[in-house]
Design a protein around this ligand. Structure first.
Ligand code: PLP
Length: 398
C-alpha cells in the first residue's frame, strides 16, 4: 500500500547531511527565517507511511510523524486520492463566504466525533494557534468575561493569544511583549495522589481569591496531555474536577487537543479516556494528515457568535476538508486501534532500554526521560545519524 518497504529502513548511504542536502541547507540559511526550531539537518524529498527519504536517497524511520501530524502515515494513498480528486474539482471558494459540500460534511463528522452528547458546531481555521485564538474569542464572547486560566508548561502556539496562554519557554515570549492581558497561569498538577483536590484548591483558594475573581474568568485552557511541555497527562480526576469547577462558576472548559487529538492516544480525542464533555475543543495537526486545517468544536449553545464576528479566508479549504474526511475514515477503520497496540509495544520496548526512565503516555503519544537535556540532544542526534527521526519534548524527554 505504501510506496516504500518498511523493512528497507533505516538505510543511510551518505554522510549526513549528504551533498544535495548540504547545498539546500546553505541556500536555506540565506533566505529562510532563522526563528524555526530545526534540530538536525534533514532535507526531505519524499514520505510514505513511516518512511522518510531525504534528498540524497537516505531512508529514515519517522517517529516524529511530521511533528504529530501524519497520523495516517505520510502520503496515505486514500488521503492522496481524496486530495487529487478535490483539487481537480475545486481548490478554493472561501468557506466563510460561500458553502461547499466537504466543509459541511466534515463539520457533521467532527460534531459526531467530538466528546460528549451535546449538539456541536464547528469553526474552521488553518492551524493550532488559530484554533486557540478562535476558542479564546468565543469564550470571551459567550461569557462576556475577560480573564483566562492556563497552565505552566502548556504550549498553545505562537500568535498573540496562543503565546499569552502558553507557559512553556521564555524563547516563545522574550522580546514580544506586551502580550494579551488577563491570562493567569497555574502549575500543571504532578501525577501524585490527591492531585485533583490540590489543583482545585489552588484555583479556588489562591487564584480566585487573590488575582482572578471567578465571575470574571471566561475560560480554563488545558491540554489533556501536555505535548511540548513533556508529554505529561493530567493526573486522574483532574479533568472531572476542572469540569465541576467550571460548571460551578460558569467558566468555559477549553481543551487543546491540537497534539493529542485524532487517534494519537488510542482514542479519537484524549479527553475520551474520561467521560468529561468540554465546552470547546481545539484541534489541528493530525486532522487532515498534513494539509493545513484547524478547527474548534463547541457546544452549539456556546457557539453563539453573530455573522461577521469571526472568519478566515482559507479556513476549511475544500481540499483540506476532503483530506480530513479521508483521515477520519482511516482512523476509525483501524488506525486508532493500531495506536493502542503499537503504543503498548513501544512502551514495553522503551522500558528495556538503558538510561531511559519514566516511560509514559497513552497510545502512540509516548515519551521517556534521559538523564540530562544535553544527553537528550546527543541521543536525538545519534538516532538521526542512524536513521531514526525523533523529536524531543520537555527538558530532557524523547
Ligand atoms: N497546541 C498544541 C498542544 C500544540 O502542540 C501546538 C503545536 O505544536 C499548537 C497548539 C500550535 O499549533 P500550530 O503550530 O499549528 O499553530
Amino acid at each position: 500500500m505504501f510506496r516504500f518497504d518498511h523493512l528497507t529502513v533505516p538505510a543511510i548511504r551518505t554522510e549526513l547531511p549528504g551533498p544535495r542536502a548540504a547545498e539546500l541547507l546553505a541556500r536555506d540559511t540565506v533566505h529562510v527565517s532563522g526563528s524555526y526550531t530545526r534540530v538536525y539537518p534533514l532535507v526531505v524529498e519524499e514520505g510514505s507511511g513511516a518512511v522518510i527519504v531525504d534528498v540524497d536517497g537516505n531512508r529514515f524511520l519517522d517517529f516524529t510523524a511530521g511533528i504529530a501530524v501524519a497520523n495516517t502515515g505520510h502520503c496515505h494513498p486514500q488521503v492522496v486520492a481524496a486530495i487529487q480528486d478535490q483539487a481537480a474539482k475545486l481548490i478554493h471558494m472561501s468557506g466563510t463566504d460561500f458553502y461547499y459540500r466537504p466543509q459541511i460534511e466534515l463539520a457533521e463528522r467532527l460534531s459526531q466525533l467530538a466528546p460528549g452528547p451535546s449538539a456541536k458546531k464547528v469553526f474552521f481555521c488553518n492551524s493550532g494557534a488559530e484554533a486557540i485564538e478562535a476558542a479564546l474569542k468565543l469564550a470571551r464572547w459567550h461569557t462576556e468575561r475577560s480573564r483566562v486560566i492556563a497552565f505552566f508548561g502548556a504550549f498553545h502556539g505562537r500568535t498573540y493569544g496562543a503565546m499569552s496562554l502558553s507557559g512553556s519557554k521564555l524563547t516563545h515570549r522574550r522580546g514580544f511583549s506586551p502580550l494579551v492581558p488577563d491570562v493567569h497561569h497555574v502549575n500543571f498538577p504532578k501525577n501524585e495522589p490527591g492531585a485533583a483536590e490540590r489543583l482545585i484548591r489552588e484555583l479556588e483558594e489562591t487564584v480566585f481569591h487573590r488575582t482572578a475573581p471567578p465571575e470574571e474568568v471566561a475560560a480554563i485552557f488545558v491540554e489533556p496531555i501536555q505535548g511540548e511541555g513533556g508529554y505529561y497527562a493530567l493526573p486522574e480526576g483532574c479533568l472531572e474536577a476542572l469540569r465541576e469547577l467550571c460548571d460551578k462558576y460558569g467558566i468555559m472548559l477549553v481543551l487543546d487537543e491540537v497534539q493529542s487529538g485524532f487517534g494519537r492516544t488510542g482514542k479519537m480525542f484524549a479527553v475520551q479516556h474520561t467521560e468529561v464533555e468540554p465546552d470547546i475543543v481545539c484541534m489541528a495537526k493530525g486532522i487532515a494528515s498534513g494539509l493545513p486545517l484547524g478547527a474548534i468544536v463547541a457546544k452549539a449553545t456556546v457557539m453563539d457568535w453573530p455573522p461577521g464576528s469571526h472568519a478566515s479566508t482559507f479556513g476549511g479549504n475544500p481540499i483540506a476538508c476532503r483530506a480530513a474526511l479521508a483521515t477520519l475514515e482511516l482512523l476509525e477503520g483501524g488506525y486508532i486501534a493500531n495506536a493502542v497496540v503499537r503504543g503498548e509495544q513501544l512502551r514495553a520496548g522503551l522500558r528495556t532500554l538503558p538510561e531511559l526512565s519514566n516511560v509514559r503516555g497513552k497510545g502512540l503519544m509516548v515519551a521517556a526521560d534521559l538523564p540530562t537535556p544535553a544527553r537528550k540532544e546527543a541521543v536525538i542526534d545519534a538516532c538521526f545519524r542512524k536513521g531514526l527521526l525523533l523529536p524531543g519534548c520537555g527538558a530532557s524527554a524523547l
